[in-house]
Design a protein. Structure first.
Length: 149
């Protein structure tokens, strides 16, 4: 095998794993929103809280995979640098999304003793909205790569 072919396979694999991680991250955020909506619509629901462990794992694994393989791609591809503005923007947004996702997950885990109750619904709605907005901004940043000619 020529070295160019190996690099091509490496890039394709890294890109696939990065996008797969991003997909799982989006799915985790979507599941968090679905849980919130279910709890708001059916406050006594016992099904929605049972989805919290799955949402937390999907969110955590997806966001970790997205950032790890994304940084690996930035180092691997000679056209990109970890210091490119769009990459730094994505990293900052990822940190923000991770903090919000962690807070949402912690809030849901705290509800185990009181299924179906959302402690502060106003704050929960805001956190979920900011999470969705942040993830959307990451996706826009990754798709359009602002500043890249």
């Amino acid at each position: 095998m020529r070295s160019g072919t190996v690099a091509s396979v490496g890039y394709s694999t890294l890109l696939f794993l990065h996008v797969l991680g991003a997909f799982a991250m989006v799915a985790g955020a979507g599941l968090f929103v679905a849980i919130l909506l279910a709890l708001r619509r059916h406050p006594g629901s016992v099904v929605a809280p049972r989805l919290v462990p799955a949402a937390t794992i999907i969110w955590g694994v997806g966001s970790l995979a997205a950032i790890l393989f994304g940084i690996w791609l930035a180092v691997h591809v000679s056209d990109y640098s970890i210091t490119d503005g769009w990459i730094l923007t994505a990293i900052v947004l990822w940190v923000i999304a991770g903090a919000i996702g962690g807070r949402i997950s912690t809030g849901y885990r705290a509800l185990r003793g009181a299924p179906g109750a959302v402690a502060d619904q106003g704050q929960a709605v805001v956190l979920h909205a900011v999470l969705v907005l942040t993830v959307l901004l990451i996706l826009i940043d990754m798709i359009y790569k602002p500043g890249v000619g």
